[in-house]
Design a protein around this ligand. Structure first.
Ligand code: ASP
Length: 346
């Protein structure tokens, strides 16, 4: 492909092909309003904040801007906690969870345990738009995505498979490593300390409208069919267009047990500042959850990690996490930055 025209048409065609899953269901742009936009996200969204902010300024719907931001991470083979390249379940299959909420219509859609589809957040948006349901799971969710033109893709990268295999082998049952164990050091390290990640993004546009999304491959080595908090409204995300938007990463079971994001938005609805709402809700979650010894360390403190990201209707934002330090990605309309979350326990 030497001549400029061919190269141009190739680039145009591949851009169109690459963008098509995100174009399916994208909403019309509005003229930009006079308000000040804000985006909050988990740290893995930082690199894409400027682009998403520019879209908000151009009148892109806040949910679309959030979905397009997280799509970068869904397609990133090096992020082992979201979409393509995510650590698979214990059978070696990548299963994804995602949900979206749209402030202006109080609409929502979600998919859980979906396989072979790289952009579950965009599928969740279509569940919102093109079904009378809110949540589709497993094979049904995949068939729905294929019906709308999403492509079936193998989401298991070689590196994620190596992490899975190595983790299986270190469990000491019947699988054993090769005698010349040549697995790269970073793969060994990941297999020994399986971490998770997920991405959440909440966006407030220039009209004061909110949109949010959470998308994940969930816990590596999970039991096939396990669904976390990310696709569950009120647990891994929630918004009320008159109040604010909130999302979470971390041990999803905690949020399933506590409807955590609903709780936080409800505290904000009752008049609490976003930071105070986060602190009050996390203290409540810590207290009720400590009744279960599974979630309590020997020192009596929570033994799990969970982090929340929230923005209010009037553009105030904050993050909080249960134990230790965490940071969140924020674009406040002026600049993209990493901000410390408030730790509830040191
Ligand atoms: N919350 C996700 C889940 O439980 C995982 C994570 O955020 O690390 O599936």
């Amino acid at each position: 492909m030497t001549d400029g025209l061919n190269r141009r048409s190739f680039l145009t065609a591949s851009a169109a092909a690459g963008l098509s899953p995100l174009a399916i269901g994208a909403m019309p742009r509005k003229p930009a309003g006079a308000g000040s936009p804000v985006i909050v996200a988990s740290g893995n969204g930082f690199r894409y904040l400027d682009e998403a902010m520019e879209k908000l300024r151009q009148g892109t719907d806040p949910l679309d801007a959030a979905i397009e931001l997280v799509a970068h991470v869904e397609a990133d083979p090096n992020d082992r906690s979201v979409g393509y390249g995510g650590i698979p379940n214990e059978d070696g299959v990548v299963e994804l969870d995602s949900a979206v909420m749209h402030g202006p219509t109080h609409g929502a859609g979600a998919v859980a345990s979906i396989r072979d589809i790289m952009h579950p957040a965009a599928v969740a948006r279509l569940v919102m738009q093109r079904t009378k349901h809110v949540l589709l799971v497993g094979e049904g969710a995949k068939r729905f995505a294929l019906a709308h033109g999403f492509k079936e893709e193998n989401l298991l990268t070689d590196e994620a498979r190596e992490v899975w295999l190595r983790n299986k082998e270190r469990q000491g049952t019947y699988w054993v490593p090769a005698p010349d164990d040549k697995v790269a050091a970073h793969i060994k390290q990941e297999a020994d300390n399986l971490t998770t990640g997920t991405i959440h993004c909440s966006a407030l546009d220039t009209h004061g409208d909110l949109g949010c999304v959470t998308t994940t491959s969930g816990w590596g080595m999970k039991i096939p069919g396990r669904v976390g908090d990310s696709p569950i409204l009120g647990a891994g995300l929630y918004l009320d267009n008159a109040v604010g938007s909130c999302g979470s990463t971390g041990l999803g079971e905690i949020n399933l047990l506590n409807c955590s994001c609903y709780l936080i938005i409800d505290e904000m609805r009752r008049g609490k500042h976003v930071k105070d709402a986060l602190v009050a809700s996390l203290k409540h979650i810590a207290e009720v959850t400590s009744r279960n010894p599974r979630y309590r360390g020997e020192d009596g403190k929570p033994n799990y990690g969970v982090t929340f990201y929230a923005v209010s209707k009037d553009g105030q934002y904050a993050g909080a996490n249960m134990v230790g330090g965490a940071r969140m990605a924020v674009h406040d309309g002026k600049e993209a930055k990493m901000v410390d979350c408030v730790p509830i326990f040191e």
